[in-house]
Design a protein around this ligand. Structure first.
Ligand SMILES: CC(C)(COP(=O)(O)OP(=O)(O)OC[C@H]1O[C@@H](n2cnc3c(N)ncnc32)[C@H](O)[C@@H]1OP(=O)(O)O)[C@@H](O)C(=O)NCCC(=O)NCCS
Length: 232
């Protein structure tokens, strides 16, 4: 399977990942991701912002999107202390495996990919915030070698269970990086196109926004031809 940066053309795929996970969770009586936050439009803008920043990745099994995650360096000040924020860390968001691919360890491998990326850039930690009330999910992260830092209970942010593990390079049996450069020309053009624009809202694991400002980005502007993700 290849892991490649998402492009704006993948936005619907990313929304699909979330919708499918939310339906699956709802079926298990779990309220995580039960509603877009703060609105569908703003949530999608946050996703687009992460795509354009080159922070969102998709795992492809040939033509089929199998999993996704977003990584960035933003220590949400609602969650992480200034001392923690000063430590070099990579933050993962929205790690999601399509249900058809669940139970094969793909989530673990994605976390290993992020941990390897963190180690390669010299970060000390791989960090994430998980749904505050979802103990089963939190146990999953403990099982993946994360330590529970603390849980921050906030009315406006339902994703306050904080976890971290040391950044470390880990071999990945199934995931291969798509060769660099195939997507970059497109993404670079897109980045240049938005550099002069105000920043789009930043999205947390709960879909919460750093800013509530809505920035109009026309769908056509955010829709260059996708450079092939299918790298032999
Ligand atoms: C978390 C996730 C990426 C792990 O993928 P994976 O490595 O393929 O592992 P699985 O899907 O088999 O899940 C492992 C176990 O955790 C449980 N689990 C996973 N996500 C869960 C969640 N959000 N809430 C409750 N339980 C969850 C699964 O039911 C499974 O339990 P089981 O072993 O008793 O069957 C994937 O399960 C997923 O996409 N979950 C929904 C989205 C999500 O919550 N992402 C995390 C955001 S912080």
């Amino acid at each position: 399977m290849l892991i490649a940066p998402a492009t704006p053309d993948d936005l619907k795929t990313l929304i699909g990942f979330r919708d499918e996970a939310a339906r699956w969770l709802k079926g298990r009586g779990i309220d995580q991701w039960s509603a877009p936050w703060p609105t569908q439009d703003l949530m999608e803008e946050g996703m687009l912002r992460s795509i354009l920043a080159g922070e969102t990745f998709i795992v492809w099994d040939d033509d089929t999107p199998a999993a996704t995650l977003t990584v960035d360096h933003w220590a949400n000040p609602d969650l992480w202390t200034p001392v923690e924020a000063a430590e070099p860390a990579l933050y993962t968001h929205k790690v999601t495996v399509a249900r058809a691919y669940a139970g094969r360890g793909l989530g673990r491998e994605l976390l290993d990919w992020a941990g390897t990326r963190a180690a390669n850039e010299g970060a000390r930690w791989l960090r994430l915030d998980a749904w505050t009330t979802n103990r089963t999910l939190q146990q999953y992260y403990l099982d993946q070698g994360f330590s529970h830092v603390r849980t921050v209970v906030l009315a406006h942010n339902p994703s306050g269970a904080l976890f971290q593990r040391p950044a470390a390079r880990v071999p990945m049996p199934h995931l291969q990086e798509a060769p660099a450069g195939r997507e970059h020309s497109t993404l670079n053009r897109m980045r240049e196109g938005v550099e002069s624009r105000p920043e789009l809202p930043r999205e947390g694991n709960d879909g919460s926004m750093e800013r509530s400002m809505k920035v109009p980005i026309e769908a056509d502007q955010a829709r260059p031809k996708l450079i092939s993700r299918h790298v032999a």
